[in-house]
Write a protein that binds this ligand. Structure first.
Ligand code: ADP
Ligand code: MG
Length: 643
């Protein structure tokens, strides 16, 4: 198929003026004009030689690319429908029906051209994202600002971006603040406030403020460039249905060639029929039975769906993941940072013994200073807000699902949940345990701090549910997800609270990372395929265990981009129903296409034998169904969930 040839081309290769695509259009037109002229040749007084020459021209132009594709596949030992079509056209010419052969080749190359055009449209929908990035940037060189091509920017350059301009590069704001429209990357329509220290991404639109940005990624490595690259890879990778179809096409093509031969030879050799009508019937079978529409039905839909996703902040890492997303029965959410805002606030400080509140917060922050965990960040933030002088940390170790262990001023400090102290066999004093109960009842996440051989106290952190989490969970149910659960390493008091507010069916608390993996496996056995939604940072094992791992907040976090099967670019849940709805819709379209193309083949075959269908009608039915299937797939480009 032409499609397979082109799927390895990058958009840059497709774009030159005299590209294969342009030439194909020209060749198709030549085929049309020369066959029409030849057809009416007698009426306008052309000689027989000229008419024959025109047909030869029509055949050459109409069959050129099909033949090239067929030959390159034949070399690899594969048969395909191109070959069937060319044989049929030559066959028609051989029995003195050059007009039929030319019509066949014209429609064949027309439908190939239309296919290439529409598939290209899906692909270009993504490549065009890169054009969002300005080609020039204002960069500081010494005391001056110089306008340079983006390619010349290097990491640590200072770039100036004026209000209304697009960011040329990924970086962190170092002066100024602004509202930034990140929709090209995250799909979220509401601008985000950004100030000093916040990351900005190439291709997003600077709102009202002038800002200076410290470059953190080279142009080829920007989030936008990597999205485009990943989507191109995803579109090149095959879905399971498609791989099955590819294999099927081989056997099917051979079967059709054999049947055609038999259909011609048996009546001719054994039933006393003359050669011409038998041959003509064989040629019709060859044409109508070619599974063009069948072969294109899946890739046409999947390309469009992946393109739709990328434009709406949902990155499917391949057709196979799109397919498995369509089949999920259960969605499991991580709690912290996924269902909750990920900006937990410090609520309670309970110093123990002779430790002061400041001392407790200061040392806890020091111990947490190297941790990536959201709880650690909230403690750091609180300490910084109080202007505390945080001591330097020496050796540091994160204990996943428990807390941290750090060396400060020569002593060991432990900060984490009660499980951490069980693990380290340090007994929690009774009066501190009593505080723990009170805090849990308030729904706060408890963190205990111990260091230099004595207890420092407890910290209570409250994490709030994302305001729209409930809506999105309801939307998932409407889309046919049967069961929604929450998995968390937090204690059950907090978990119960959040689970009730969010409206999940079930929750599991006090889980270690390996427990999440085990529970996911159990749930998948019970309910069927699961999607795990997490932030991708400390949920990698669970994301890998689930049939579909969905990471949130892909813009800016490299880990999420790499580890998940599906990435939601925005740091919120709004795109989750879109991802699942799109996958389900894509699957419906694939099935429609498969059913339709099989039905057309059956009708045409039956029509050929029962109703004596003529070759031109067969050709129109065959090519028409191919175009319809491609157009049906293109509908997915415009999909939006109805919620
Ligand atoms: P979740 O499943 O809610 O995302 P995690 O598995 O990341 O939670 O962590 C589970 C629990 O482990 C937290 O609720 C907390 O009690 C403890 N914990 C993990 N990391 C830290 C840390 N850096 N500081 C304090 N406590 C931590
Ligand atoms: Mg987490």
């Amino acid at each position: 198929m032409l499609l397979e040839q082109e799927s390895h081309m990058t958009p840059q290769e497709i774009s030159p003026w005299l590209s294969r695509q342009r030439l194909e259009i020209i060749f198709t037109l030549i085929t049309l004009v020369s066959s029409l002229t030849a057809f009416f040749g007698n009426n306008i007084g052309l000689s027989a030689e000229i008419i024959a020459g025109l047909y030869v021209l029509a055949f050459l132009c109409g069959g050129y690319y099909g033949l090239l594709d067929a030959i390159s596949l034949l070399k690899a030992g594969n048969l395909d429908v191109n070959l069937l079509m060319i044989l049929a056209a030559l066959g028609a010419a051989a029995i003195g029906q050059p007009a039929e052969g030319a019509t066949l080749l014209f429609l064949f190359s027309l439908s190939n051209t239309l296919q290439a055009y529409s598939m290209d449209r899906s692909r270009r929908a993504i490549a065009n994202l890169l054009d969002l990035r300005p080609s020039q940037a204002d960069v500081r060189r010494g005391a001056n600002w110089v306008n340079v091509p983006v390619e010349e920017l290097v990491i640590d350059d200072n770039v100036r971006v004026r209000p209304g301009e697009r960011f040329p590069i990924d970086g962190n704001i170092i002066t100024g603040s602004s509202m930034v429209d990140q929709s090209p990357i995250t799909g979220e329509s509401i601008p985000v406030f950004k100030q000093t220290g916040d990351p900005v991404f190439a291709g997003t639109v600077n709102g009202n403020g002038a800002v200076e940005v410290l470059v953190t990624h080279t142009p080829e490595d920007s989030t936008l460039a990597r999205i485009v690259q990943m989507v191109e890879e995803a579109q090149g990778s095959k879905a399971k249905t498609q791989r099955t179809l590819d294999r099927f096409e081989q056997y099917y093509s051979i079967a059709i060639l054999l049947s055609t031969a038999l259909l011609i030879l048996i009546p001719y050799l054994f039933l006393g029929e003359s050669f011409k009508p038998a041959f003509y019937r064989g040629m019709i079978l060859l044409v109508v039975a070619s599974p063009c529409a069948l072969v294109i039905s899946t890739p046409a839909s999947i390309l469009s769906a992946i393109a739709n996703g990328a434009r709406n902040g949902v990155l499917f890492k391949g057709g196979a993941h799109l397919e498995s997303t369509a089949g999920i029965k259960i969605v499991a959410f991580d709690k912290t940072g996924t269902l909750t805002t990920g900006q937990p606030g410090l609520q309670t400080l309970i110093p123990y013994g002779d430790t002061s509140s400041e001392e407790l917060l200061k040392m806890a922050a020091a111990a947490e200073s190297h941790s990536e965990h959201l709880l650690a960040k909230s403690i750091m933030r609180a300490a910084e807000e109080q202007g505390l002088d945080i001591p330097a940390t020496g050796e540091f170790q994160a204990v996943p699902g428990h807390g941290v262990e750090a060396e400060i001023e020569g002593s060991t400090y432990l900060v984490g949940n009660p499980r951490l102290f069980e693990l380290k066999e340090i007994k929690i004093p009774a009066d501190l345990t009593a505080q723990v109960g009170i805090m849990e009842n308030k729904g706060e996440t408890l963190i205990l701090a111990y260091g230099a051989g004595k207890w420092l106290g407890a910290l209570g952190v409250a994490d709030t549910l994302r305001s729209d989490a409930g809506d999105h969970i309801r939307a998932l149910k409407k889309l046919g997800v049967q069961h929604v659960v929450m998995l968390t390493g937090d204690h059950s008091g907090v978990a119960k609270n959040i689970a009730a507010q969010a409206g999940v069916d079930e929750y599991y608390a006090d889980l270690l990372p390996q427990d999440k993996v085990r529970i996911l496996k159990e749930l998948q056995e019970k309910y069927g395929a699961a999607a795990m939604v997490g932030d991708g940072v400390n949920d990698a094992p669970a994301l890998a265990t689930a049939e579909v791992g969905i990471a949130m907040g892909g813009a800016g976090t490299d880990v999420a981009l790499e580890t998940a099967d599906v990435v939601l670019m925005a740091d919120n849940l709004a795109n989750l129903p879109h991802a699942i709805g799109l996958a389900k819709k894509a699957q419906r379209v694939v099935w429609q296409n498969l059913a339709f193309s099989i039905a057309v083949i059956i009708i045409l075959i039956v029509g050929t034998f029962a109703a004596g269908l003529s070759l031109p009608l067969g050709v129109v039915g065959h090519e028409g169904s191919t175009v319809i299937v491609v157009l049906n797939g293109l509908r997915l480009l415009g999909y939006r969930p109805k919620i």
